[in-house]
Design a protein around this ligand. Sequence first.
Ligand code: FAS
Ligand code: PHB
Length: 392
Amino acid sequence: MATERTQVGIIGSGPSGLFLSQLLHLNGIDNVVLERRSREYVLGRVRAGVLEQGTVNLMREAGVQARMEREGLPHDGFNIALDGELHRMDLKARVGGSVMIYGQTELTRDLMDARTEAGGRLLYEAEGVGIEGLEDDRAILRYRHDGADHTLECDFIAGCDGYYGPSRQAIPKDVLREYERIYPFGWMGLLSATRPIAEELVYARHPRGFALCSMRSQTRSRYYVQCSKDDRVEEWSDDRFWDELRSRLPGDLAATLETGPSIEKGIAPLRSYVAEPLRYKRLFLAGDAGHIVPPTGAKGLNLAASDIHYLSRAMIAWYHENNAALLDSYSDNCLRRIWKAERFSWWMTNLLHTFPDTNPFEHRMRDAELDYLFSSEAMMTAVAENYIGLPY
Ligand code: FAS
Ligand code: PHB
């Protein structure tokens, strides 16, 4: 068995792992990324589309902003459709902010390309990644690659392996605290090579269920409709999807919908989840490995970015100044921002979806919440500051 050494072993080549690998590399810190899937598989996943300003800044810090600045779409607002009307949330006017529409797939590609150009060690199709040595103040990764068993001795391990990865499992059950809310519905998503229905995003609340009109460019649209959590993609033909989407939008807007064959379709379950703590000895969790939000608030990818903002600074302080303070405060620093993003995502999800078991009083509460939102400058400002992303 081959034994290698690196300073930071990173499990996962999603946004968390790639951002960390690139930022550590730019600061002279050696790292290795172990990814279970192929590069093509990772790039084939269609996920987030909205970048907070903090994530845009991290792209610039990582030196991978060029294509985002050329192809990304800055948005100064978004819309909520209710009872046939559009209500615009003006991010620029309310909080002087905006978001960037740029697909997670493209962000991932930009980071992968940068790491590859720099000769970074990104090992795809690494199998059976296991974590050892934590109880002995060590950080050892075991994995199989190209048919050979490997051991990677690290100073630290970054668990950037998503919700289903092994890193969270390496934290003892009597140490790990978990918090979870599973929603009684999912999102059926469709990507199409069509003109977006509107210039800005439209979140729709309708008695038939939630819908979202988003985009990836002026010729590529991303749509979602709330569906049963037991639905299967095969049950959703393109025609059924387009009809359902139209039925949930204001009539004049629905009439302008350009449809076309789906490029990608998928159903995502919705859950809120947080694991505490995000550090165990020499293991640090980041991104979906430590938390999940329902995509209603567009926070999943952006929380991964803020985790890596904190973790990269902590590791740089350690290697450059022998200062462990930010490593020691990493979990608390992340969780303070994570819980506020969990709250906003939970609130937006409750506000805009139909719940099968809603009693009439709760239904009225949602109506009153939206009525208050649309009539209150203070409430719209609060929504705007959360949507563009709270400060790091
Ligand atoms: P990721 O899951 O992206 O990456 C983890 C990586 O670790 C993966 O590449 C995985 O293959 C790898 N891995 C797992 N186990 C491993 C092992 N044993 N060994 C090696 N590698 C392993 N967020 C939004 O903001 N907006 C959205 O609209 C949105 N839609 C989503 C739709 C879906 C279907 C899903 C699943 C998520 C969605 N998200 C959305 C959230 C998503 O964008 C995540 O927040 C983001 O991918 C988090 O990035 P990472 O933490 O890097 O995790
Ligand atoms: C997307 O474009 O995929 C998207 C946008 C906003 C969300 C969720 C998903 O809240």
